[in-house]
Design a protein around this ligand. Sequence first.
Ligand SMILES: Cc1cc2nc3c(=O)[nH]c(=O)nc-3n(C[C@H](O)[C@H](O)[C@H](O)COP(=O)(O)O)c2cc1C
Length: 364
Amino acid sequence: MADISTEFAGLKLKNPIMTAAGPTSRDGMALLNAAAGGAGGLVAKTVSIRPANVPRPNMAALKNGPIGSRRGMLNAELWSELPVEQWLEREYAIALSSGLPLIASVGYTPEEVSQLAPKLEKARVNAIEFSTHYVGGHTEIAKALKEVVDIPIFAKISPKDNVAEVAKSIEPYVDGIVGINTYGPCLRINIETGKPSLGSIDGYGWMSGAALKPIAIRCISEIARAVDIPVIGVGGVTSGEDVIEFTMVGASAVQVCTESILKGDTIYGKIAKQTDDWLNEHGHDSLDDIRGKALPHLDGSATLAPPPEVDLEKCTLCGLCPKSCVYGAITVDKKEDLFEIDKDICEACGMCISVCPHHALSPS
Ligand SMILES: Cc1cc2nc3c(=O)[nH]c(=O)nc-3n(C[C@H](O)[C@H](O)[C@H](O)COP(=O)(O)O)c2cc1C
């Protein structure tokens, strides 16, 4: 077994998979369930000075049916509908009884967060994450928090921000950066009714899940290159391979929201196991072996690759790659046990490598 434990800002996690602020961290019991499902650390739903008045419906998968989870979802949920007093008196204590590190999430203005943060610290949460999703103003909030609490502070950044610039400007006041929040606003119409799927005033919602991951990976890679403090990745984590990808762009841990909504609490432990399996299969002892591995390759020099290589031991002749080869360079014939790439026609576009479910194709 590889060592998948991680440590950042003084928090020690048995695995790098955390909950994220959202419906699956909505109260103490939800957080306990996530711990039982194998999470390595807990992030609670965002609290603010007053409970949120949430529109309904407020969640919609991007595609109905089983493949919905492969695309993601929209939401118009706000912050916690529970009064902050209830969190302080009851919910954080329930979550802390799991024995896992607990990060409280708080919003939104500098005045609001500096009023709430000392109370969160008194409730013995291990760290505070602040969200600026609705109001911006990262530096003012970070400074205000730093003045009133001693526990680690994490800033959560939105994809609409210039993430590297924001991260650099708040680095002196925070212990880590979390990226990213949902993307939007977006709109989904229920074509049976002709109405928006979500009940927000304009019908708008915010996108999360698998479709968000490439944006999140880009953001984390920019943040990790801009700052020297820990970075935590969130956005579209659905598997151990996603954890590896976030680690390779510099993440010390990840958070999971949408996939836990779609798949339930056991997803955290499943993703942790897949992460461990991947490291073992690739001969690595720990996540430290691969952390930041991709960053030196993001130096702005474009590549010009030759056609891909095929590993015939791994290829099952499933026929997926010729379907997505727009140049018609790949021939697969299961009956003849034939796989061929015509290197004169192949444009080395890379699509076949990314669609192969068996990792049989690789860049030469
Ligand atoms: C229904 C829902 C509610 C959310 N509520 C919050 C919240 O209260 N505070 C916050 O900072 N982020 C919130 N988020 C954003 C998530 O924490 C996370 O940043 C985002 O969904 C991307 O991760 P994912 O692709 O794993 O869902 C919410 C996301 C969803 C889907």
